[in-house]
Design a protein around this ligand. Structure first.
Ligand code: PLP
Length: 389
């Protein structure tokens, strides 16, 4: 058996690796608390589950769905963008349903990147952008997220040559893993950058609804003219605790959406229509804003516990206002990986080493707030017993 050479370029998928370590520790009898993976512990709200149960009984949902997503779901995404961001979308040309946003992010790269093409990828960043750029034969150009810029991408750091050869530029705000947030002024600069360099701008907005302290995160499409150069990816996974349902969307530039459609029609056959109908309910129902308000309150309380405990231990952590992650420097004398290994060994707690997200993540770790309050408290009690800064 001879596997494709491109597979060799792929580093082991971080979360699969972490899951292996967790299983090993559990097998040794350790009561492991994982603050590693961003998978909400809370259930999907009842009004969405009820709608799925109802729709699943309709045999009309049991067939292949339309490739681009059902009219009802695409219209619901357009309605959500109109209400939430004041952005007009044509559901026929500017919206596509995805089997989770990860699927769409990966496939968009195959629609744009030829061997040798450069792709600007946030460093640190969600690994999928860079991995698929490499698989497609592209070159990854790291786009630094600097703490002194509150983890906004440093567009000035891109050389004229890289700017010229970049086919795509990825952003992600609110950010995974740094929890940085962007205001509309930053998005304006990014759209200008993309226009000047003929680069497709992609904003991954998976965490756009996971925000605190009354902060509402913007959409890149709120920038005038953004649709000329940009697409945005969204997900039902995080706002509605629907990670297992696999439903997301891509919106924005119609040429980019149609290019993505060419890859997808030849790869998958869409998401179960009953899930799309329930997803449309999630995006447009009056109950949705209340569910989101409750979700924000829960993570905000957990964020406060995390920030207060880490601060007490001497860790210079920032108080994030978006995403359900806390990103903080490791104590002196540790690499990210050594610190994560120490915390698993000494406390039975899994944290993610920042280096897993790129070279600039070295020296940091990420905590996910997606465990029940009592477990989070217990994790911090154990951390406090074995680390100081
Ligand atoms: N984008 C970011 C930044 C993420 O952190 C994740 C999941 O953790 C995704 C996209 C994928 O989400 P989905 O469940 O919609 O595929």
């Amino acid at each position: 058996m001879r596997r494709a050479r491109r597979i060799e370029k792929v580093p082991p998928y971080l979360f699969a690796e972490m899951d292996r370590k967790r299983r090993e520790a559990v097998a040794r009898g350790v009561d492991v608390i994982s603050l590693g993976i961003g998978d909400p512990d809370l259930p999907t709200p009842d009004f969405i589950v009820d709608r799925l149960v109802h729709e699943a009984r309709d045999p009309a949902t049991h067939h292949y769905p339309p490739y681009e997503g059902t009219v009802v779901f695409r219209q619901a995404v357009a309605t959500y963008y109109g209400r939430r961001f004041g952005v007009d979308l044509d559901p026929d040309r500017e919206v596509m349903a995805l089997i989770g946003s990860k699927e769409g992010l990966a496939h968009l790269i195959w629609a744009f990147v030829d061997p040798g093409d450069a792709v600007l990828v946030p460093d640190p960043g969600y690994p999928v952008y860079g991995t698929h750029a490499l698989l497609a034969g592209g070159t990854v150009v790291p786009l630094p997220l600097r703490p002194e810029l509150d983890f906004l991408a440093d567009l000035e750091a891109v050389t004229a040559e890289d700017r010229h050869r970049a086919k795509m530029m990825f952003l992600c705000y609110p950010n995974n893993p740094t929890a940085g947030t962007a205001d509309i002024g930053f998005f304006r600069r990014a759209v200008e950058f993309a226009r000047d360099s003929d680069t497709l701008l992609v904003n991954d907005s998976a965490y756009v609804e996971v925000t605190f302290d009354n902060y509402e995160a913007p959409s890149v499409l709120q920038v005038r003219g953004a649709k000329d150069v940009a697409v945005e990816f969204g997900s039902l996974s995080k706002p509605f605790n629907m990670t297992g349902w696999r439903l997301g969307y891509a919106v924005g530039n119609p040429e980019a959406i149609s290019a993505l459609g060419i890859i997808k029609t030849n790869t998958d056959s869409g998401q179960f229509e009953a899930i799309q109908r329930a997803g449309a309910e999630a995006l447009t129902s009056p109950a949705a804003r209340e569910a989101i308000r409750r979700m924000r309150g829960i993570y905000q309380r957990r964020r406060d516990v995390a920030v207060e405990t880490l601060t007490r231990l001497g860790c210079p952590v920032r108080r994030p206002r978006g995403s359900f992650y806390v990103w903080a420097p490791v104590p002196a004398g540790y690499t990210s990986a050594a610190f994560a290994a120490h915390v698993l060994e000494a406390a039975g707690v899994i944290i993610t080493p920042g280096s897993a997200y790129g070279a600039r993540g070295e020296g940091y770790f990420r905590i996910s707030l997606t465990v029940p309050d009592a477990r989070l408290d217990e994790a911090f009690r154990r951390l406090a017993a074995c680390v100081t800064w």
